[in-house]
Design a protein around this ligand. Sequence first.
Ligand SMILES: Cc1cc2nc3c(=O)[nH]c(=O)nc-3n(C[C@H](O)[C@H](O)[C@H](O)COP(=O)(O)O)c2cc1C
Length: 435
Amino acid sequence: MRLGVFVMTAGHHVAAWRHPEAYRGDSLAEYAQLARIAEHAKFDLLFAADTLSARIRNRHAAEHSAHNFSTALFEPLTLISALSALTTKLGFVATASTTFTEAYNLARLFASADHLSGGRVGWNIVTTADPESALNFGMNQVLEHDERYVRADEYVRLVCGLWDSWADEAIVRDHANGKWLDLDKLRFHGHTGDYLKVAGPLNIPRPPQGHPVLVQAGSSGPGRDLAARHADVVFTAGTIKQQAVEFYDDMKARARGFGRDPAKLIIMPGISPIVGSTEEEAKRRLTQLNDGIEIDVAVESLHNFMPDIGVRNFALDEPVPDVAEITQAQQSRQKLAWDMARRERMTMRELALWFAGTRGHNTVVGTPEQIADAMEDFFQGGCDGFNVMPMMFPDIYRDFAEQVVPLLQKRGLFREEYEGSTLRDHLGLERPELV
Ligand SMILES: Cc1cc2nc3c(=O)[nH]c(=O)nc-3n(C[C@H](O)[C@H](O)[C@H](O)COP(=O)(O)O)c2cc1C
């Protein structure tokens, strides 16, 4: 089983920041502590997501939710670079956008982070759906959904090509003959595609992992195809086992279709565990967090997730209506959430509160044994591991690491020691060869 922790200011629960024990999420010391907890528990990776705009259009929601800012309050690659210097084994994944980062620059940034961390870095490839981000980068709108993925495919190939600019032995450092670099080891001879043009080569040697680990979290058809072609790891949401199994089988089949070994595409759905010494205590912890949610903040966070459905206009205490349109952005997770609300006859209030608490991911509330049981069940055929999304840092996360992880280890599901030193080693992935 693979385990990651997804960091997010005070926690993934929208009201976590109101809890007196919650982290502020604004200092290296706090994130360093989260990384140390992960490394001590032998997690594979720590993930820092990103957005490229401050969502402040709705004044009330902006003033009452810490989630409108960048997810870890900092630019994630800067954050994980600092954290990698304070740890020795833990892997790190940062989000970067194919739409708003120049490919040459992105290749340089992740190559540098991979060198500086000793091969412990991964890139979460996102295309960025949010139109407000476009306004921060001299554009009026983002490209249409499917075209973003066509462009992203070219972009990812280009970045991998740039990382492969130089064969590993290109820098010869031949002191006797005074030769530093062997130009015959140059592998990149320029790229001119439908969207991107780069002369190259990269001015950084090939990263220790060859390619930093590629992560992708798309869930639409084009998003899944991008992952199945290029990704090493897929992050996803999934609230019920049957959906998880369908997603898992579909992704593995797509990988096979692209001529890949499906075992090398690692599927990690999100999970929000809340541990208590009894089930009642765990439920109390969730209720305490939920008591901090303001309904209009919850509705606004649901609206940000599914902007075109008009959730702000629906009556709060009536069952959510049937809606025909699923927007371009977040297509499939939206559908999952809406289907669940229809199936369980939830009111708009219930759906909004549920989303604000869980951000649409699987919530498991109970004793350490109950949580380990639920994870073990999901793991059988539904995933290769989990991206743990604690509702609050540090307590809810620390309790998971200290009380649930040992049970997973005892059951032989999770490592007791790191065997290698790179993120690829942890994930059982080979270093890509230069062909
Ligand atoms: C666990 C997880 C993490 C994600 N992290 C980010 C992120 O940091 N930045 C971002 O813009 N989108 C992020 N996304 C959104 C995805 O990249 C993607 O746009 C979304 O899942 C919808 O899929 P689609 O683009 O195929 O429609 C994340 C999604 C998931 C499930």
